[in-house]
Unconditional design. Structure first.
Lengths: 255, 375
């Protein structure tokens, strides 16, 4: 059976969901159910340890889903490392979605600080899933130091613009020996489907589901799109062609 | 780095005046189709004629807010440390001429107040003082920040303006955010309403946000008081200020407030009224122009106005606010208020209102591990 394998751990679903933008915990839970997603990201900065019954964390059942903490809010490597350590101390996970975003408006990842933090965290025994620009060279450097995945963006977070970085994403996928999870900017199920068709191991979505007029239905729609894209990838897409193909232009060679 | 917002603002004054006075509102439907609008477009959205397009502006503001901020309203709560003041701002309840009971909380009282406030569940606290360096000294504010940091992940300040090195001391103590309103960008009015005291110096105040960001504050809040001068011109200056700061200090998170002047102990009556419709127009225009900046709506505004604005640009709201020192633990006894809040609902009631509007009341959105900006 076709499984997603990250750092030796198997997952059935190739659709990951972020939790930061839902209108309520109830709607979030319903969406997660409909989406079939197993990996759910949670911002450590949103978790109130002193009030564990309050908020996102208490609504998630760790038996059913895999909680992946993220370092959202970190502007540099030091802060990201501190947050990852905190997540581990909290007993959340030693897996960390590494986000280092010095600019608070477009939340674009800082390549230098991400690499620096990733090196440190890998050495500390973390399973690191870094959020990066669609930068093929950075992706290889991260793979070399031992990150579990790379998570390049399709477009800036929250823009719903789809695969604006498709050419670079294809190079990353072609060259990668670790799963490539396409994160950020995926606005429509057709974008998610396309991401899977070009060979992404998984996709990550938040805004497009959580701010939809019908988040549950949208979650289900993304689930189907991801599955369809994955199957198309496995089946092998035929090349696009503008004209009819000559039937056997080299038949004469066999004569 | 040289501090230079004031000459920059002066250089754009003619553009503001021309834009507001000659707005062609027929182009508004086209503006609302754009992904990114220009400053000239923004001026058109502020113009009197744009009132006809309020629904369209609201819808655009809602789409952008949901996209960039999700279905979230971040909550914060103010704690007044001191109402002692040497300034003479005619519109303010803490004005030194105002006959109110004066009080500066002791560090022990701050700890009690903090514990009481933390029970409401909030983790973002805003500490405020009047303008009295003798009573609320820098050392005192430093100690207050460290004290509340024990219980709150995010500590914001709204205090008298300081030099860069003193702002830095507060960042190093654990303060994350600074709010400093210009009060008014209208120089003549500024002079008229700030007679006497250090506040007379408009240049020092205009440059305060830059000094704070140089010092490493992670977040900055700016605003102009509504009711002192023409709101459209104030809004235009405020937007220029915001854009200037965001470009120069690209790591800083910027938010904008729209404090409408309220009845206060000073007995001041605003020079000009800003109607609900106009305030809403201004908020929509800001959301559309500065689509990723935070927008704050405090308990100065009525429950009716606040509830209806949820989702339409606003990203942060205060709740359960008391505007006098010791207002929470001491039940409001023994000190005067800065102004009367219009939204007197409890934190729980306001959370319910946010949920009813289809949004998530966020009690925690920060981690102590996140410090000041390091370049």
């Amino acid at each position: 059976m076709d499984k997603l394998l990250i750092a030796g751990r198997e997952f059935t679903s190739r659709f990951m969901i972020g939790t930061g933008k839902f209108p309520s915990d109830e709607i979030m839970k319903k969406c997660i159910n409909k989406s079939g997603a197993e990996i759910i990201t949670v911002a450590v900065r949103r978790v109130d340890l002193e009030n564990p019954n309050d908020g996102i964390l208490s609504s998630l059942d760790p038996k059913k889903i895999f909680i992946l903490p993220n370092t959202s809010g970190a502007q540099n490597a030091d802060e990201a490392i501190r947050i990852a350590m905190l997540a581990r101390e909290m007993g959340l996970s030693n897996w960390i979605k590494l986000e280092v975003t010095p600019d608070p408006r477009y939340l674009l990842p800082d390549p230098d600080e991400t690499l620096k933090a990733a090196k440190f965290l890998v050495n500390e025994g973390f399973t690191v899933l870094p959020y990066i620009n669609a930068d093929p060279v950075l992706a290889k450097k991260l793979e070399e130091i031992g990150t579990a995945t790379v998570m390049p963006l399709a477009a800036p977070i929250g823009t719903n613009k789809g695969l604006t970085t498709e050419d670079a994403l294809k190079i990353i996928i072609e060259q990668s020996n670790i799963p490539v999870v396409i994160d950020a900017g995926i606005g429509r199920p057709s974008d998610a489907c396309r991401a899977m068709e070009i060979g992404a191991a998984a996709v990550m979505v938040n805004t497009a589901v959580s701010t939809s007029a019908d988040p549950e239905l949208m979650a289900e729609s993304f689930k189907l799109a991801v599955e369809a894209g994955r199957k198309a990838f496995l089946a092998g897409l035929g090349p696009k062609s503008g004209r009819a193909r000559a039937s056997s232009p080299t038949a004469w060679l066999s004569k | 780095m040289t501090v230079s917002f004031s000459p920059y603002l002066n250089s754009r004054q003619a553009e503001i005046n021309a834009g507001i006075n000659n707005a062609n509102t027929e182009i508004i439907p086209g503006i609302l189709e754009k992904e990114k609008i220009s400053f000239d477009d923004f001026l058109v959205l502020l113009s009197p004629g744009a009132g006809r397009y309020l629904d369209d502006m609201a819808m655009k503001a809602k789409t952008l807010t949901d996209k960039h901020f999700g279905k979230n309203i971040n909550l914060y709560i103010p704690m007044y440390l001191s109402n002692e003041c040497n300034s003479n701002c005619v519109y303010c309840g803490f004005n030194r001429m105002s006959k109110i009971q004066r009080k500066t909380l002791t560090i022990n009282e701050i700890a009690v107040e903090a514990e009481k406030i933390r029970e409401y569940g909030m983790t973002n606290i805003l500490l405020l003082t009047g303008d009295s360096k003798e009573n609320a000294t820098l050392e005192y504010i430093e100690r207050a920040v460290k004290e509340v940091k024990k219980l709150f992940s995010q500590v914001s300040l709204e205090i008298y303006p300081l030099d860069t090195q003193n702002y830095k001391r507060l960042v190093d103590s654990g303060a994350t955010s600074l709010t400093i309103y210009q009060e008014t960008y209208d120089r003549k009015i500024y002079e008229k309403v700030h007679k006497g005291g250090a506040k007379e110096d408009i240049e020092y105040r205009l440059a305060a946000p830059e000094r704070a960001l140089e010092a490493g504050f992670r977040k900055i809040g700016i605003g102009a008081l509504l009711g002192l001068s023409d709101w459209r011109t104030e809004a235009a200056c405020l937007a220029i200020h915001a854009e200037y700061l965001m470009k120069k200090y690209w790591r800083a998170d910027l938010s904008i407030s729209f404090p409408r002047l309220r009845k206060s102990g000073s007995g001041f009556r605003p020079y000009c009224d800003v109607a609900d419709k106009e305030l809403a127009q201004m908020i929509f225009a800001f959301r559309i122009f500065l689509d990723r900046a935070g927008i704050v709506l405090s308990t100065r505004e009525s429950p009716y106005f606040r509830d209806n604005m949820i989702g339409y640009g606003v990203t942060m709201m205060s709740a359960g606010s008391k505007t006098n020192p010791g207002g929470y633990a001491a039940n409001g006894e023994g000190s005067g208020k800065q102004f009367e809040t219009e939204d007197g609902r409890t934190v729980k009631e306001i959370s319910e209102a946010i949920k009813n509007a289809g949004y998530y009341p966020v009690f925690k959105d920060w981690e102590k591990a996140l410090g000041g900006v390091k370049k």
